[in-house]
Ligand binder design. Structure first.
Ligand SMILES: [Zn+2]
Length: 155
């Protein structure tokens, strides 16, 4: 990812954070901004552990990072997805502008993959809500992945 793209991501995320803090009467926190910047610099998606490691050089504690992650999720800056790779883990990803995401989740092994469906995206973008301005959208599709299906046949 180029530095100008990261700068844009951080700017948009910061704007969302400031709006959230104002509406929730939260105090400005330079540490929170630093954590947010580190989150923007990480390859997406990332885990809490990766963010904690990235924040070590800034002398930010693990507790603070976890705290910030919760705020970022609540403020819809980050999207949290539970994934299973051996054991359950939550992965975080920055929500950018007017993103439309589709995620396919295997109920057997927990594998998550993202895909795009232009026809569905078009329908969602064209929807108009009188009292609501759509910003981002995630569609979760649950089922069985090809790998699990193949395994079942082999057994
Ligand atoms: Zn599966």
């Amino acid at each position: 990812m180029g530095s100008s793209k990261i700068f844009k991501l951080f700017g948009a995320a910061l704007e969302r954070l400031n709006a959230y803090m104002v509406s929730h009467n939260m105090r400005f926190s330079p540490v929170r901004e630093m954590v947010l910047e580190q989150a923007c610099l990480l390859p997406q998606p990332f885990t809490a552990t990766q963010l904690v490691e990235a924040c070590v050089s800034e002398h930010i504690s693990q507790g603070t990072v976890y705290n910030c992650l919760q705020v970022f999720v609540d403020a819809h800056i980050l999207h949290a997805t539970e994934r299973q790779r051996g054991r359950a883990a939550i992965e975080y990803e920055l929500i950018s502008g007017t993103q439309i995401r589709m995620q396919v989740i295997c109920q057997k092994c927990g594998r998550v993959s993202s895909f795009r469906d232009p026809a569905i995206e078009r329908i969602i973008r064209e929807r108009k809500y009188s009292n609501f301005n759509l910003q981002h959208f995630t569609l979760f599709v649950y089922g069985e992945c090809r790998r699990c299906k193949t395994k079942k046949i082999e057994e």
